[in-house]
Design a protein around this ligand. Structure first.
Ligand code: MN
Length: 130
């Protein structure tokens, strides 16, 4: 059995770069072959680029308020206790609402395939409803 107290081996938080809009901090929790667990903190307005996970991804929202949306327009608000499952290969993004941070735990299975940024106009149109 392995136990992690908050973050793996005391590694520092890393700022997500290149595949995030706005500021997102990632704490590594676990990294096993084919699976990664990260605690992610999105500042208000911060979000991932569009992407998919080869083996799928579980998102466990722990605090704040955010949004997850798939390429076909299916979307929902994420708040503490909410869980989202992105099936293998489903293109999506996730991030904070404009007026709130979002903290979630991300359990990512397999490689992540990154696509383009979520356009500001699209984000605003989506979160205006959130
Ligand atoms: Mn994802």
């Amino acid at each position: 059995m392995e136990y992690v107290r908050g973050r793996k081996d005391g590694q520092p938080s890393a700022e997500g770069a290149g595949t995030f809009t706005g500021r997102a901090m990632l704490d590594p929790v676990l990294a096993e072959p084919g699976m990664r667990v990260n605690s992610v903190f999105f500042e208000p307005g911060a979000r991932t680029y569009w992407h998919s996970h080869a083996g799928g991804q579980v998102l466990l929202a722990s605090a704040g308020r955010g949004v997850v949306e798939t390429r076909d327009g299916d979307r929902t608000v994420l708040e503490a206790g909410d869980v989202a499952w992105a099936p293998p290969g489903e293109v999506h993004w996730h991030g904070a609402a404009p007026g709130s941070f979002l903290a979630h735990t991300a359990i990512s299975i397999g490689e992540t395939a990154w696509a383009e940024e979520v356009a500001e106009e699209h984000y605003k149109s989506v979160t205006g409803e959130a």
